[in-house]
Design a protein around this ligand. Structure first.
Ligand code: UDP
Length: 367
């Protein structure tokens, strides 16, 4: 009865389901959780505040196709993300910009040229950084690395920055001007009615059936052969951990509702050197919701069952490459692996949408 079975109702699963349903395929989505939307899922808490269940998500992209595609399922609330880090009892902008250097290093830099000279004099001369520590040192030097990146990274990953690929801290740019936006992408916004609504709209087609609270691996023998099978869960789990387990960093959240309009000045404040949590986020700043009360969320990185982040280390990449070889071999049988957990890559939301759209194009050419 179904032409396609998709495991997982996050960005990747929902995008492929939506696209395949649009060309007339009957799609079955099997989702372990009791809701759609993957880690983007949000909901109204007991106080009526729209909160994310699995941590903050700020939409940003330079990709026109992705922006137009997601825009078919939501109206947008304009929002540019700004982040402060609490360092030496001061709140300083992250990513590093001129004000960060002035506040943390006691400088008085006034323009881009002076900033470039400061960086040249203070950044370490490492031409090809091989890990996140070297990358940060080569970009901003020892003092800013130690004040802003070292502690946060160790808390977040439970690893030294030198044991993580340069791509981790490399996610955060360095600004040589006063631009204090976290992202530089052309399109930045939040979905007007939350992320869950996007997924509801994407999965509306009568060609799509979603089965929640169903762990595919427990029923895999009952799934018949289908023209197409797409897996978006953890790839090591699919293959029974035959090449060893991959690490996934997890998070715990502590929600607190406060009887005041706002708790902090920005949607996100990072605590690189204080506390056990990495950051406090306050959704009302980004969603634009009006309310006399507010909810804040403290984020505690943990090792645990719910996978959030693939851990970009040499050891994990080596293991992943073994799984990837197996996965590529299965493509000729119509079995595909896609998304953050199945590709074991630290994708942003827009990259996940883009990869799913690209995979749809590839599959569409074949069928
Ligand atoms: N990071 C840091 N200090 C900060 C912000 C980020 O050291 O104040 C490092 C840290 O290793 C983090 C990585 O940069 O895991 C990527 O940060 P991002 O904000 O992209 O993390 P996400 O929002 O995906 O958790």
């Amino acid at each position: 009865m179904f032409n396609v079975v998709i495991i997982g109702a996050g960005i990747t699963g929902a995008t492929l389901a939506e696209r395949l349903a649009a060309i007339g395929k009957k799609v079955l989505i099997i989702e372990k959780r009791n809701h759609i939307g993957g880690n983007c899922f949000d909901y109204y808490d007991g106080s009526g505040i729209l909160v994310p269940k699995y941590g903050p998500h700020f939409f940003h992209t330079d990709n026109e196709r992705v922006w137009n595609y997601v825009g078919r399922f939501t109206d947008w609330h304009p929002y540019e993300h700004r982040v402060l880090a609490y360092v030496d009892k001061k709140f300083v902008p992250v990513p590093v910009n001129i004000n960060t250097v002035n506040l943390v290093c006691g400088e008085n830099i006034k323009n881009e040229l002076e900033m470039k000279i400061w960086l040249k004099n203070n950044a370490e001369k490492i031409t090809s950084p091989t890990n996140s520590e070297e990358l940060a040192l080569s970009r901003v030097g020892k003092k800013l690395y130690e004040k802003i990146f070292k502690g946060y990274t160790e808390k977040q990953w439970d690893k030294k920055a030198k044991d993580l690929s340069p791509s981790v801290i490399g996610r955060i740019p360095v600004k040589t001007n006063f631009d204090d936006r976290y992202f530089s992408d052309r399109y930045q916004a939040m979905p007007k009615d939350g992320y869950t609504t996007i997924f509801k709209n994407m999965l509306k087609s009568k060609n799509i059936v979603v089965r929640l609270k169903t762990d595919f691996l427990k029923i895999r023998n009952r799934i018949k052969k289908h023209q197409l099978f797409i897996f978006t869960g953890p790839i090591d789990r699919y293959f029974g951990y035959r090449f060893g387990p991959l690490e996934y960093r997890s998070l715990k959240f502590r929600y607190q509702t406060l009887d005041k309009e706002f708790y902090q000045s920005k949607a996100q404040i990072n605590y690189p050197n204080d506390n056990k949590f990495t950051r406090i986020t306050e959704p009302k700043h980004s969603t634009g919701q009006k309310s006399p009360i507010t909810t804040i969320i403290r984020e505690y990185p943990v090792w645990g069952n719910t996978p959030y982040y693939p851990v970009p280390s040499e050891k994990n990449h080596k293991i992943y490459r073994e799984y990837e070889k197996e996965a590529l071999r299965l493509e000729e049988k119509g079995i595909y692996f896609a998304g953050r957990l199945a590709n074991y890559k630290y994708f942003n939301m827009d990259q996940a949408f883009k990869n799913a759209l690209d995979l749809f194009d590839k599959i569409n050419k074949k069928i």
